[in-house]
Design a protein around this ligand. Structure first.
Ligand code: ZN
Length: 197
């Protein structure tokens, strides 16, 4: 009898800790969700800046081989001239860092790139990440070539003719994708997050 009474008391007490545990679990879940979401956004903004840095290097290397001048084609067309120079300093020299062309928040452009690569693979049986054929296919499909554009003002300009390299933008995101901020690269190759470019 005493035993049963204890059990009844236990059962009566049970719902509260149970509900509290569930509530705590839900709150923790929300907190983790917010935290990792926030962390993810920060990481994606960082990797976008790393992309801009990588492309700025590529543009400089392109200039070294072309009389000190940046690619003549502005907008997104710089890609067609400068993509052979997209290198990852930590990887084999033949490796082209095509990921650098796409902001992690710009799924549309990277999706268009992957789609073109798949189409070409399906038709030719060859995996091609790095050729004019990929960009030609993207154009045909109406895809954007990259998440970054070169301002018209610097297209074809000689790097040494730029008076304030630390203030002259040579590359920027086509829109601000990071909570109102966009990744920007300057002629001296430093990168920054700039509000609303
Ligand atoms: Zn970005």
């Amino acid at each position: 009898m005493e035993q049963a009474g204890k059990r009844a008391a236990w059962r009566a007490a049970q719902p509260l800790p149970g509900a509290a545990a569930i509530l705590a679990g839900v709150l923790l879940g929300i907190a983790i969700g917010i935290y990792s979401n926030e962390e993810g956004r920060t990481a994606r903004a960082e990797s976008c800046l790393a992309n801009a840095r990588c492309i700025a290097y590529a543009l400089h290397m392109y200039a070294q081989d072309h009389g000190g001048r940046l690619p003549k084609a502005s907008g997104q067309e710089w890609v067609l001239q400068a993509y052979p120079y997209l290198r990852d300093p930590l990887a084999h020299p033949s490796f082209r860092n095509f990921n650098a062309l796409y902001c992690p928040e710009d799924r549309e452009a990277s999706g268009g790139y992957r789609h073109a690569v798949h189409e070409i693979e399906r038709e030719t049986g060859k995996l091609d990440y790095a050729s004019e054929a990929v960009f030609a296919r993207m154009r045909k499909n109406g895809s954007r070539l990259t998440s970054y554009e070169m301002p018209k003002a610097v297209a074809g300009v000689r790097l040494e003719d730029i008076r304030s390299p630390a203030k002259t933008v040579i590359l920027q995101e086509t829109e601000p994708r990071h909570d109102g901020y966009a990744a920007v690269a300057y002629a001296d190759r430093h990168v920054e997050k700039v509000r609303g470019r």
